[in-house]
Write a protein that binds this ligand. Sequence first.
Ligand code: CU
Length: 341
Amino acid sequence: MSIAEISRAVTKTFAKAGLAAVLVLAPAIVLAQPAPTAVAAVPAAAAASAAPAAADAAKTAAPAAVAQDNAYVPMRPTPGKGQPTAGAYGFQDQYSPTGREALRMHNALLMPVITAVTLVVLLLLLVTMAKFNRRANPVPAKFSHNTAIEVIWTLVPVLILVVIAVPSIRLLAHQYQAPAKGAVTVKVTGYQWYWGYTYPDNGGFEVISNILPADEAIKRGEQPQLGADNRMVVPAGEDIRLQTTGSDVIHSFSVPSLWFKLDAVPGRINEKVLHIDEPGVYYGQCSELCGVRHGYMPIVVEALPRPKFEAWVRSQGGTVGAPAAAAAKTAAVATAKTTGA
Ligand SMILES: [Cu+2]
């Protein structure tokens, strides 16, 4: 058998195996298609319990006009912001300080270094092929060492790595910074196959978030695979303590335009500080293979100005504590009173 015959035989076998795999998997894929109403009962119940709370909030809010201004209406996403764009490549625009820092490092340092190294190696290969083939160089040199060049090809890569390591470690340190005092805590729980958002600082209510049917998502101006019935609503422009855990298997909570991916592991809490620069809707997806509907548990983070966030919390039946600055001020006043200063 010639090499050509062998390669033809191998290709044929692979083609057959591929076809067989498609035939075997097709029914499984069809079976795995959405049964999106499976957990729909939960949000309905949540909505029912939220209704009286909303009425309460309206009653307690002093001027009716303010309550109306701040009433929660799901924000319509801005095309190209916080979500993928058809036909685009590269990273999404970044809306968090660490995201902007990481993207800057990628664009200004990593890509130029990678490109330069690749071009230099390509150039060396081409020169070697042209100058040292059997025809151009029939009698090759016999030496095997050159101290100068060995020092150079050891030192240059070391220097390149050091230059990359400095901003890289700085970025890592920024990502592990503790959130500011008084930061809102949001605990994200991954379930098979939806997300739960708990607000322990705001009365401990949990919002259950399921994928929207494609037609409903399009109606709301969202991308079909990315829309969710309930969103993770957070305040914009301040630190958020984001915690993740899993209730059944490992999931991963990930939002590309906020530059993070945090595993949600059963029996364990992972934590990071999240800071979203400006109001907006930011989309992500579960990023750890977690079962048949892994591809159908989108993440929608909606960042709102403080007053609107608080209105949303009240509409969910939650409570709102004083924001960090106000809390600190109250504490200071209290201390001054007790010490008689
Ligand atoms: Cu998952």
